[in-house]
Design a binder for this molecule. Structure first.
Ligand SMILES: C[S@@+](CC[C@H](N)C(=O)[O-])C[C@H]1O[C@@H](n2cnc3c(N)ncnc32)[C@H](O)[C@@H]1O
Length: 175
């Protein structure tokens, strides 16, 4: 299936967490999403991502400063299903068969505080275990489950460098 996945990370910066935001971007890019919306982040995050795109390929995009309500409204307008990751939700192993049938998805992950409305706006509230952990881990597992592991075989176009996978050492070629 030709699937389109976007990611939304909720939250303002009560504490500086640009490293977490960068990891959310990198995980989204590597594991098959096409873009991420960050409500609030330093521009450095975007610069890091641009550098990664140039070196390793693809055209993953990050958007800063769009309010979450707008991102969810726009997603719904274009027929995108909203999948909110929360430890209080339906276990992902139960939701996965239905999620795999969706061709346009917005995956929403929380930050330090998640507004109650998000639980109601979401089409699916999905848990990656019913234990608290990390938005980066939850996102990675959700992307993997939704795409049944197909994302692992993906290649990135127009890269400057390409890794030749090897059992030992590092092999990298210039394109
Ligand atoms: C560190 S948690 C903080 C949650 C926040 N205290 C709240 O009010 O819900 C940040 C985000 O990680 C994700 N997350 C953490 N544990 C999860 C789990 N077991 N299943 C799904 N998502 C999870 C959720 O998206 C959550 O909003």
């Amino acid at each position: 299936m030709d699937r389109s996945i976007k990611v939304l990370r909720l939250g303002q910066r009560y504490v500086r967490d640009d490293r977490t935001l960068t990891h959310l971007c990198l995980v989204s890019r590597a594991l098959g999403a096409e873009s991420i919306y960050l409500e609030d982040a330093e521009k450095d995050v975007i610069a890091t991502l641009d550098g990664v795109n140039k070196t390793w390929g693809g055209d993953f995009k990050a958007f800063l400063g769009v309010p979450w309500r707008r991102v969810i409204q726009d997603a719904k307008k274009e027929g995108r299903s909203v999948v909110h990751l929360t430890m209080y939700g339906t276990p992902i192993q139960d939701a996965a068969p239905q999620l795999r049938g969706l061709d346009k998805i917005l995956i929403v992950v929380g930050g330090p505080k998640v507004p109650g409305r998000v639980y109601h706006e979401a089409d699916f509230n999905v848990a990656v275990t019913s234990q608290p952990h990390s938005e980066v881990a939850a996102l990675a597992i959700a992307l993997h489950e939704v795409q049944s592991g197909e994302e692992l075989k993906r290649t990135f176009q127009k890269s400057r460098l390409r890794i030749l996978p090897s059992a030992r050492g590092k092999r990298v070629v210039e394109n």
